[in-house]
Design a protein around this ligand. Sequence first.
Ligand SMILES: *Cc1c(COP(=O)(O)O)cnc(C)c1O
Length: 421
Amino acid sequence: MTLQERDKKHLWHPLKQHQLNPDSLAIVKAKGCLLTDENGNEYIDAIASWYTCMFGHCNDYIINKVYKQMQQLDQVMFSDFTHQPAIELSEKLIAILPEGQAKIFFNDNGSTAVEAAIKMALQYYFNNDEKRSTFIAFENGFHGDTFGAMGVSGLSVYNGPFEDLLIEVKRIPVPDGSNHDVILSKLKSISEECKVAGFIYEPLVQGAAGMKIHDANGLNEVLKFCKANSILTIADEVMTGFGKTGRHFASDYIDTKPDIICLSKALTAGLVPMAITSCSQNIYDAFLSNDIAKGFFHCHTYSGNPIACVAAIASIELLTSKETQDNIQRITESHTVFNIRIKNHPKVKSTRQLGVIFALDLDTNMQRYGSLRDQLLKFFMDRGVFLRPLGNTIYIQVPYVITNAQLEKVYATIEAALEIV
Ligand SMILES: *Cc1c(COP(=O)(O)O)cnc(C)c1O
């Protein structure tokens, strides 16, 4: 029996209607930008396995460091204990995070990083004897699948059955450069009517919405309003973090810096799961008290796992290397040239780019998980390129180590796909 056949007996996959879509491709190997399936077919991983493996799969530099750590200290509770990898990671991360971040709190994944951020914001006000429980978020934002994270997410395809059970969230449109007055008047009325604890946002790029890019000045105005009204700002950089936008963090493009930042995905370069919620000194200080209950009693068993910390340290070393920065520059320039080549194609409605993120919208109506989308996915896979369209959006987010030849193959495959839609 093939792996694909055996899979069906006991496994339940995420984001899948198994009745309509029973097969899952069995991947047996990943190296650099290439995935290999059980039949020996190779695919260029043009979305870096959900924006994680930015330094290439099974990166030798990261693997070697992790292997050494595995022989030294595998896991220890992070409640009561500490260790060198966590300390070193906190130092390395604070050094590159946007200004104002002072403390690092560990989680397991992007959703729980958001969950911790939401609880931090709520308890910040609770500890200050103020009750604030509403959040503001962008329309069509995505922040994860646990309850708090789902609540602040605005993509209702995922939230339908749970809507009545979610925290109170008020939504504002993303800034498009011309809707500033609309957004500001909405912010004013929300903050007058509700006790707003925080504003959560994906800075500059809304990933799950289809790599939608919004206006940096407009976002800065929203953040300025929040600061002026004591609304804590939470930058969800789970997707945008670690170089994807051309800067280390998308928040680096924006003058007003967040109070809290959520990180995951490329944090550990796809090797092991981990996430971080970082915050300013001011937030941390609100949890200091002689009253034990004012501490942050939130914990995951694998908090600060030493192996994951070492993967993150190695990733930051790679990110800040000249080689990676040159690669980010190279891919950014390559995307810009591709954009000129493709943006006027009759099947292309619009294109957008920031750093190594490139997206185009097809000029056709498509369901997020409909049959045309499945056809496109198959078209790409049959040609050895793993791209995963979202609705009518085709987007690229390649690992930084991709070669020019591989990148050209990705572009050519997209161009060929335009002829079939
Ligand atoms: C992927 C993602 C999450 C959720 O992360 P998980 O690790 O899948 O739980 C949260 N926020 C953003 C912006 C994301 O892209």
